[in-house]
Design a protein around this ligand. Structure first.
Ligand SMILES: [Zn+2]
Length: 220
């Protein structure tokens, strides 16, 4: 059995608390195993793997809970939360750290965790539109990830377009379609600077674009 088949079998065989589907019911809602449902998982699994291998390059490892710097980061985060994370099952030892940041896997409705910077203990809260890896990627790209409702204005500089069709599709995922069509002719005279854009809802597609090299861009 392939890894994908194993994963699909597990999904069907387990009861799904979220949907209420009993064991033996496929995620499509019908009983049994279905080859087309299995196939539909393939691109999702492939994408997850790519995200995981990107994440590995960032060097995250389990945090040293006894470290004074970590204690400060934890306090800085907790002072901004309106709930007690310990009541949500938070454990300090679950935090990951790399050279620059701590990642707190405190996940609740509308939030897939928090990043706290080591240098100045800045707290960055993640939404839930995309997963933690894409959020962390966006942080490292320089995107503003302030909470919903706050200003999240960035500039996106398009430096080189390798796949125009896919580039347009990515831009249309978070920018007005007419606006994107109007800038398409400028692909012939790069770079283009798109000022004052909220890239938040484009993170997923921009991440894919970066991983697959569809176009070269910078977020400032
Ligand atoms: Zn199915």
């Amino acid at each position: 059995m392939s890894e994908l088949e194993k994963l699909y079998k597990e999904m069907v065989d387990q009861e799904d608390e979220l949907t209420g589907f009993k064991a033996g019911v496929c995620f499509c809602g019908e009983e049994g195993y279905h080859s087309e449902c299995l196939e539909s998982l393939r691109p999702i699994v492939r994408r997850d793997k790519q995200a995981e291998s990107y994440f590995e390059t960032l060097g995250y490892a389990s945090v040293d809970v006894a470290n004074g710097g970590f204690k400060k980061a934890e306090l800085s985060l907790f002072s901004q939360l309106e709930f007690d994370p310990f009541e949500n099952g938070y454990k300090s030892k679950d935090v990951l750290e790399n050279r620059d940041t701590y990642y707190f896997p405190i996940v609740c409705v509308g939030c897939c965790g928090y990043l706290v910077t080591k240098e100045d203990l800045e707290v960055i809260s993640f939404g839930s539109y995309v997963g933690r890896i894409e959020h962390i990627w966006a942080y490292y790209e320089g995107a503003q990830l302030a909470s919903l409702g706050k200003d999240r204005n960035n500039s996106l500089i398009i430096k080189e377009v390798r796949d125009a069709k896919r580039t347009l599709k990515v831009l249309k995922s978070f920018l007005d379609n007419n606006y994107v069509n109007s800038i398409e002719p400028e692909f012939r005279s790069l770079p283009i600077v798109l000022d004052n854009v909220d890239i938040y809802f484009g993170i997923r597609d921009l991440f894919d674009a970066r991983m697959k090299n569809w176009f070269e861009f910078e977020i400032v």
